[in-house]
Design a protein. Structure first.
Length: 546
């Protein structure tokens, strides 16, 4: 739902720019065919531009609103400590979430109303077409009525009064032009857009401009058939009473009659006016630039690689050496023990935020290189709060990591090392003021993973389970002895091997070490962990290298 809302806002932004571009550069010209394709082609482009993905090294100011939109998130389970020390898991219903649901309800109600309005209109239109037998002439199907009826057309059908048809009046030519140019299909497009963008007044303005271009183009076609301009203008004035029956059909409408007459009398613009359309190219490029995301910085991977090199010195004999303070990353929740949980959120740009209670604001986000101070503050404040409430009945302060599926594992690994350092420094500082036994009991570095969230338009993950994953390696150990290993495996291959290795062995006796590239995304790693869960592998020690 959030992804759709982001797309809606982006496409609405594009449509607003299109309206401004058309009014500024095209609306006053008499190149009606060009104007029509600027509007139609522009609307189609506006629907597609939000899907264009681009990564840039830096984040200019113009990108900030769109990046913040992409970081909107749905509430997640928040674990907090109660006054009694028991752990509670609740669904955090924020004002933000309530307003979002209310807004979506209002928005969907408007969509349904507009859709029903068009459906009812089309039913009435086709009833008029189906009530009378038609006659074919010049490739069109003429539905003729003896009673006075305002002429309109749809597709190859034209409904009008039989007397005007027999006189071969300019009205008949006007309706033919609507059919020849296929204006009804333009109407279908703008009506489809309005179902989803009914709330944007400038999209309704685009519809008005498109209908006006249709009339100018049909008028031009009539005059090109040799009809006298004065006679045709007088006909428009005489018939300028009443309104069209159907807004979804093309017809001999008289809206903006003064402007239509003015356009007929206006001198035709030079062909060079077409060059104005070229200005849309840098405008579209600017929109893509505004929607772009900053790329993941290599410093994250470099930090993870440095940790890997550091750990390799410890691995002198075999594969059994594990990272110090390794957390069990197979767990998606904390155990039933008493614990005070801090939640650490990592977004797709590898920036971190403590606590999900309020919508993310850019001022609260920090990268892993500068998160030490924020981590120490959170740990200190949590300890002081616990001590003031619990006194002697203290319990551990643990961190649960909630990551975007597009976040990089290198950033998570680096952040965990920062967390370990922060735990150590805070423990030393607090031991000077508080009982050391209580400090040590509370501040033992411990981390848990929650399931990664998909906040981006295109969340990372394994799209095809049969495709190998380069750079990934998994080893299965029993009593610190390797019993199986895979390199560059696919998820299908992993699932198959797990079943083979578990035959004749108890799954509880296995441990698993997974090697991932430092630039691996959280989504891919989580999908691998899910495959391991399905194979009943209960332990997973995750690191950047063996």
């Amino acid at each position: 739902m959030v992804a759709f809302l982001i797309y809606l806002l982006k496409s609405s932004f594009c449509l607003t720019l299109l309206y401004g571009f058309y009014k500024l550069l095209c609306a006053s010209t008499t190149r009606f065919s060009l104007n029509r394709w600027v509007l139609v082609g522009g609307m189609l482009t506006c629907l597609l531009l939000p899907f264009v993905s681009l990564e840039l090294e830096h984040e200019p100011l113009v990108q900030s609103p769109f990046i913040l939109m992409e970081e909107w998130k749905q509430p997640v389970d928040v674990v907090s400590a109660s006054a009694t020390g028991m752990v509670k898991t609740t669904q955090k219903e924020t004002d933000y979430w309530g307003w979002l649901v209310l807004s979506m309800a209002v928005y969907l109600s408007g969509c349904v109303f507009i859709l029903l309005q068009w459906v009812v209109g089309y039913i009435r239109l086709f009833r008029w077409i189906s009530r009378q037998e038609y006659k074919e002439c010049n490739g069109f199907r003429w539905v003729l009525y003896d009673i006075p009826v305002r002429p309109f057309s749809w597709g190859t059908y034209i409904v009008m009064n039989s007397q005007e048809y027999e006189k071969y009046s300019p009205v008949r030519l006007h309706e033919e032009m609507h059919c020849r140019y296929g204006h009804c299909y333009d109407n279908l497009l703008i009506q489809f857009i309005l179902i989803f963008h009914w709330w944007n007044p400038l999209v309704w303005k685009l519809r008005y401009e498109l209908n006006g271009v249709h009339e100018y183009q049909a008028d031009e076609g009539v005059l090109n058939q040799g009809v006298d301009i004065k006679t045709y203008q007088l006909l428009l004035v005489r018939k300028a009473v009443g309104s069209r029956l159907y807004s979804m059909a093309c017809g001999f409408t008289h809206s903006s009659l003064k402007k239509r007459i003015s356009m007929m009398s206006k001198r035709r613009n030079s062909k060079w006016v077409r060059l104005r359309v070229l200005l849309a190219v840098p405008l579209a490029a600017g929109v893509v630039y505004a929607f772009a995301r900053p790329e993941v910085k290599e410093t994250v991977a470099d930090y993870g690689a440095a940790l890997q090199t550091k750990n390799q010195g410890k691995e002198k004999s075999g594969y059994s050496v594990q990272q110090q303070n390794t957390d069990n990353l197979m767990l998606d929740h904390i155990s039933s023990e008493k614990a005070y949980v801090l939640e650490l959120y990592c977004n797709q740009r590898n920036q971190f935020l403590f606590g999900p209670e309020k919508p993310i604001s850019k001022k609260k986000l920090v990268d892993y290189e500068t998160m030490m101070d924020e981590t120490k503050k959170q740990l200190k404040d949590s300890f002081v709060k616990l001590y003031s409430e619990q006194k002697e009945e203290m319990f551990p302060i643990v961190v649960r990591i909630v990551a975007d599926r597009n976040a990089k594992m290198g950033a998570i690994t680096a952040a965990k090392q920062k967390l370990v350092e922060a735990y150590d420094e805070v423990r030393r500082e607090l031991s000077k003021t508080y009982p050391q036994e209580l400090v040590n009991e509370c501040l033992i570095p411990r981390f848990y993973y929650a399931s990664p969230k998909a906040y981006a338009d295109v969340p990372a993950g394994v799209a095809d389970k049969s495709v190998p994953l380069p750079g990934y390696e998994v080893r299965f150990l029993k009593d610190n002895v390797i019993v199986g290993e895979l390199e560059d495996f696919s998820l299908d291959e992993l699932s198959s091997k797990i079943k083979q290795w578990c035959k004749g062995n108890k799954a509880e006796n296995f441990s698993v070490s997974l090697k991932v590239p430092s630039d691996a995304s959280e989504g891919v790693v989580y999908d691998i962990k899910q495959a391991l869960r399905e194979g009943y592998m209960l332990k997973l020690n995750l690191m950047n290298g063996f």
